[in-house]
Design a protein. Sequence first.
Length: 477
Amino acid sequence: MELHEYSLLELSERLRRREISAIELTEAVIQQIERLEPQIQAYITLTPDLAREMARQAQARLDAGEWNPLLGIPVAIKDNISTRGIRTTCASRILQNYIPPYDATVTARLKQAGAVILGKTNMDEFAMGSSTEYSAFHPTRNPRDLSRVPGGSSGGSAAAVAAHMAIAALGSDTGGSIRQPAAYCGVVGLKPTYGRVSRYGLIAYASSLDQIGPMTKTVADCALMMNVIAGKDPLDATSVEVPVPDYREALRADVQGLRLGVPREFFAQGVQPEVAQTVRRAIDQLADAGAIVEETSIPMVEYGLPIYYILAPAECSSNLARYDGVRYGLRVGAELGHIGMMERTRAEGFGDEVIQRIMIGTYALSAGYYDAYYLKAQKARTLLRQEFDRAMAQFDALLCPTAPTPAFKIGELISDPLAMKLMDVLTIPVNLTGLPALSVPCGSVDGLPVGLQIIGKPFDEPTVLRIGYTYEQLTRQ
Ligand code: GLN
């Protein structure tokens, strides 16, 4: 096995034992990027010189006797997470040349731990999409099958980890954007509880739904990343003052006596029968290992998508109002006066999907329609959350597929926006409730990876990780 193929956990142990150096490791990953990036195109911006410098600094810290699991580990960051001095585009023309003057809290925490930044990964523009095809720059290919999408919107992060072009990555998840690409590329992805990880410096799409989370090769790696990024941040008022456990302690291969619910609605909703079978097999394995598995029902799940596609556009129409060509980002038509300039800048700077969502959101929020759309969607969101609360009260976690099908072909759904949106039908309800959820690879259909989704109680990432870890250990070759 080559260096870049190891997990974060294994590499951090080897760094600690001084069997390898951070410089050697970073070089190995950069070489892998040089080999595969021309086909896969997981990155928007690569920072090899910075990575080499950070690796040198990490090695100096290791040489001085310091150690933590992230020290010297090469990571990738989704391009909607601010990185001081490194271009952060959100895969949009409107931010094509934007260089943030500050770090997101998660970026600062990774740096503090001594992680090495390889670059910024591709995504759907402003995180709106499910395939990374809505990037203003280029699509990303799925490393498991180059004719297919890696999922989205964190498709670049998922592809980078799957292709060993990063040891771990950060993504963001508003309606499934960590979990669905993780499932499509055969990696692990965790959407933490809303409020568990600071959103400061995450370029906002829909602020009541957005969460940053890790995308990794294994569940243990996910726990190690969480140890660094989780916690209250005074710079994000929605981050919560709940004590952060040591997530490594959750890594026990044991589900004995855990009560796991299987909501039947998550196996309808257009789920391909082979995907449902694969996930049910995984659930059976957990039952064989001692978990108590029971069917349950959350009928409101059916309304997840319609609720989301009112609320997310409404929030995005407000969040994206700041891109007007005045302070930063693209400016077109300066000669047209300030209204003309704003119109031209936004028309040329945003892609069609983003424009469509801004229009839908503006409509849903406008006087006369607010009650019928936005307010109604908020009420329905509350009902959905109450149903989840009732179901969760009986169980330690819920199990279901992450996505209804494996990765689709590049171009296959681009002219069918509804079909594309249906790819998030199993992940969106979780964002609406704020709960944590993990996607773990659980086999394949026609050679393409399938994800098992494990949904937990608020701030109970440890149980979610424990179930994922147990499954991983049971099925390890
Ligand atoms: N695919 C969903 C959307 O287009 C979710 C995206 C996300 O989680 N950022 O909005």
